[in-house]
Design a binder for this molecule. Structure first.
Ligand code: PBG
Length: 332
């Protein structure tokens, strides 16, 4: 049957009708809040990040305060990024027993045992060259050494688990990292620690503000030799399915807004929980437009997050998490 017998507007006529047929729900418990934790200065005020109003580099003590708020708002988890005091060629701060992420994870688990702590596993914040792995010494053009990096990532993941991380999330995009991390976690007694793999992670311009925040821009070149080409959807599915084979417990699509097709494709290609990372540049765009009075921030953010759920994301990592939770809690 078609018009005039069929009228889709019949089910849109009132808030009650729209609520009855709403297909997608967004809850605070699906949102993950990223936190930037700095080693130095170890005391002092949060350091604002210019392109990300409302986000700052925090001391461990302030990260605990933020995390307590996250718990009170009913958020799912926090995702920790470390800003170390010193960097070196191997990124050794990444797996230091008393590294900033390790210390922060311990503090969070001690103060807020009910909070889920996810840690980003990567070397780029800890290497002096800013790449996500170690460099090959035997070639003229600097190049990230995939296989030599795997052991360092696994060591990092184990150090996070030992510090109390509930979930480890490798974001480096080296081939074979999920299998290597799984094996090492199991061997070291962390068979119960899940891996959230940044599986379909693209070489994206939308990470710009994050790199300012974390001080992790590559000193030379770019990340296109390891992160995915934004033009490649089939390759993103291959990456994701490989991570599933290697033992990932959850997979991720990142960035989110320009990649809704892949959130949907990944959703259909696996039975695993799917996360979408609403990244720094996506946050910066909304905040800038809202500050200029061009967009209604609340309506825009809730529409974006709902659309990521509709596309197929179970979990959304977003810098809007606290605001969104407040707005959602007000609505209900
Ligand atoms: C580390 C990492 C990055 C992001 C998350 N983990 C930056 C990058 O790959 O350059 C980006 C997050 C964001 O932009 O919000 N590899």
């Amino acid at each position: 049957m078609a018009f005039p017998e069929t009228r889709l507007r019949r089910l849109r006529g009132s808030a009650a009708l729209r609520g009855l047929v709403r297909e997608t729900e967004l809850r605070a418990g699906q949102l993950v809040l990223p936190l930037f934790v700095r080693e130095e200065p170890a005391a002092g005020a949060p350091e604002p990040i210019a392109a990300m109003p409302g986000v700052a580099r925090l001391t461990i003590a302030d990260a605990v305060i933020e995390a307590r708020e996250a718990v009170e708002l009913g958020l799912a988890a926090v995702l920790l990024f470390g800003i170390p005091a010193a960097k070196d060629a191997a990124g050794s701060g990444a797996w230091a027993q008393d590294g900033v992420v390790q210390r922060c994870a311990r503090a969070l688990k001690a103060e807020l045992p009910q909070l889920l702590v996810i840690t980003d596993v990567c070397l780029c914040e800890y290497t002096d060259h800013g790449h996500c792995g170690v460099l090959r010494a035997d070639v003229e053009e600097p190049e990230v050494d995939n296989d030599a990096t795997l052991e360092l990532l696994a060591r990092t993941a184990v150090s996070h688990a030992r510090a109390g991380a509930d979930i480890v999330a490798p974001s480096d995009m080296m081939d074979g990292r999920v299998a290597t991390i799984r094996a090492e976690l199991d061997e070291e007694g962390f068979a119960q620690t899940p891996i959230l793999a940044y599986s379909a992670k693209f070489a994206s311009a939308f990470y710009g503000p994050f790199r300012e925040a974390a001080g992790s821009a590559p000193a030379f070149g770019d990340r296109r030799a390891y992160q995915l080409d934004p033009a490649n959807g089939r390759e993103a599915l291959r990456e994701t399915l490989l991570d599933v084979q290697e033992g990932a417990d959850m997979v991720m699509v990142k960035p989110a807004l320009a990649y809704g097709d892949l959130i949907g494709a990944v959703r259909r290609a696996t039975q695993l929980p799917v996360a979408a990372y609403n990244v720094s540049g996506e946050y910066a765009m909304v905040k800038a437009a809202a500050a200029a009075g061009y967009l209604d921030e609340r309506a825009t953010v809730l529409e974006i997050l709902t659309s990521l759920r509709r596309a197929g994301a179970d979990v959304i990592i977003t810098y809007h998490a606290k605001d969104a939770a407040r707005w959602l809690n007000e609505q209900s």
